[in-house]
Design a protein around this ligand. Structure first.
Ligand code: B12
Ligand code: SF4
Length: 460
């Protein structure tokens, strides 16, 4: 089923290249964000690296704070694979351009290239769309000159560049246990562990369902135990999209931790407010040292929540904050500001909720039309997207024209939110949020967008 253009196919499979060294890189965003305080990698590159290492390739994974080491390693790399979400796409493209100039064959993957493969293809020899576990070996072998491997790839589009899409969602039990020793420099702050992929909700601003599938795919508890056993006692981040959505099964995961003597030092995860309605699950979360819970509150406005298709209301938000606090969990609230149903007063009420509910920390992100989302399609159609410069798609900049407030109002609300509420758990224990002083210059309005006046602060 491969339809890559003959020219590129020949280039990719013309003779043995003797691929040995594969270098994988997860870039950071172009502007500093509170998240950069944490060395928590996404799991994707580590899983792909594990598959390749097991197949005999020499692999190293570099995280964003390790750019100099990555740039050094590229000189000896045969293949360089770079991961991109939208906020990091600009840096991912720069990294690929640099690797190409150094003579490596380049591959781009992740949510951003998945939704914008033609754009990504301007910077890489191969673009992989969707989940890559089932195709990565064939891609590398095809690059290595194995024509059978090229034929085995599920599909690609007839562009000058091979664009591979796996289409099928992989069986999570066939995904290997991640080998974190691949990460250059080690020193991971919280180890990502994935017990499921996908989501059963339909939030309009989110692309998880398109990327990872409708509904929730689970890894068996036996395989999760294998994943966690080598991480015994270490802090974990359960990077499921919606932990607790399948309460009975998720209780099974936590019971396994207790039974197998694998309770981590502490762990965090993302949950919906519904989790507060499941005391047996909360009790097990407590027993297994769940620490910070990242709760998707989004907005205090009922009509806005309905417009986002977020199935909750302010009452439930209050109840869940009370219940989670009463169990002793710390709460990192996740909010989106600037939806079409929201006025500046609604935004103020949302900030008030975060303060009165005494959330330990909260992220207030500007609504952002991420590629692949229903929101992006609609705002594009309505001509309200102000820029496609992905550097600004980090939730800290306003990149669209809101309906019921001005760009400046929304930009100011982001700054005000930062001033009043700690932006991340670490700030909440370390005292005042130092990022606030820089926030104003990091908030984009229409004029700044035109002039490109913002400075760079990224890792590259
Ligand atoms: C853990 C997590 C975080 C953590 C740490 C992440 C980090 N290091 O960036 C924290 C909380 C800090 C975080 C922050 C943010 N995140 Co986040 N995060 C996640 C989450 C929940 C899990 C990531 C993960 O491990 N996934 C599981 C692995 C298996 O998937 P994967 O890494 O994407 O890899 C697979 C494929 O993408 C592909 N692939 C990936 N890379 C490559 C590279 C190559 C070469 C190939 C061939 C294939 C390939 O193959 C992999 C295996 O199948 C995802 C949701 C999700 N389901 O992925 C959101 C997600 C990645 N985050 C998202 C966003 C928007 C953000 C923020 C921008 C939020 C914000 N506005 O501040 C920030 C940006 C952080 C940054 N790096 O700049 C979006 C990205 C969407 C997009 N198009 O940009 C996601 C998808 C969630 C969503 N609701 O849509 N995040
Ligand atoms: S925002 Fe969270 S709950 Fe909503 S669809 Fe995305 S992953 Fe699911």
């Amino acid at each position: 089923m491969v339809h890559a253009s003959t020219g590129r196919r020949e280039a990719l499979s013309g003779g043995r290249r003797d691929i040995r060294n594969v270098c994988l890189f997860e870039p950071g965003p172009s502007f500093p964000t509170p998240f950069l305080q944490y060395r928590v990698p996404r799991l994707g590159l580590i899983l792909l690296g594990t598959i390749l290492r097991r197949a005999g390739y020499r692999v190293e994974v570099f995280l964003s704070d390790d750019y100099p080491a990555f740039a050094g390693a590229v000189k000896h790399a045969d293949v360089v694979g770079v991961s991109a979400i939208t906020a990091t796409a600009h840096e991912a493209y720069r990294a690929c351009d640099m690797a190409r100039a150094a003579g490596a064959v380049t591959i781009l993957g992740g949510p951003h290239p998945t939704f914008l493969p033609a754009e990504a293809a301007q910077h890489a020899d191969v673009v992989v769309r969707g989940e890559a576990e089932s195709v990565i070996l064939s891609v590398i072998r095809a690059i290595d000159g194995d024509p059978d491997a090229a034929e085995a790839l599920p599909s690609s589009t007839p562009t000058p560049i091979a664009v591979v899409g796996s289409h099928e969602r992989c069986d999570l039990d066939r995904v290997p246990t991640p080998d974190f020793s691949l990460v250059h420099g080690g020193d991971i702050e919280a180890y990502p562990v994935q017990t499921s992929r996908g989501c059963d909700k339909h939030c309009t601003f989110c692309s998880v369902r398109k990327m990872f599938g409708n509904g929730i795919r689970e890894r068996s508890i036996r395989r999760i135990r294998d994943d966690i056993a080598p991480l015994r006692g270490k802090p974990l981040f359960i990077c499921d999209d919606n932990f607790g959505a399948n309460c009975t099964r998720d209780r099974g995961v936590l019971e396994m931790l207790v039974r197998s003597d694998l309770v981590p030092a502490r762990w965090s995860t993302q949950v919906c407010t519904d989790v507060a309605g499941h005391p047996e699950l909360l009790s097990l979360m407590r027993e297994t040292n769940a620490h910070f819970l990242c709760v998707g509150f989004e907005s205090s406005s009922a009509s806005q929540l309905a417009a986002y298709r977020k199935e909750q209301d302010l009452d439930r938000m209050w109840r869940s904050a009370d219940v989670l606090h009463s169990w002793g969990f710390k709460i990192h609230g996740m909010f989106i500001l600037g939806g079409d149903e929201e006025t500046a007063d609604d935004v103020e009420r949302t900030l008030g909720f975060a303060e009165k509910a005494a959330l330990e920390s909260a992220q207030f992100l500007a609504l952002t039309p991420l590629p692949g989302t229903e929101l992006a399609a609609r705002l594009e159609e309505e001509g309200r997207v102000l820029t496609h410069d992905w550097r600004y798609y980090d939730g800290q900049h306003v990149v669209f024209r809101p309906r019921l407030m001005s760009v400046d109002d929304l930009a100011s609300a982001l700054v005000e939110a930062r001033r009043r509420i700690p932006a991340c758990p670490r700030d909440s224990v370390r005292g005042p949020n130092t990022a606030v002083s820089q926030s104003r210059e990091r908030t984009v309005g229409p004029r700044e967008l035109g002039t490109g006046a913002l400075g760079r602060g990224g890792p590259l």
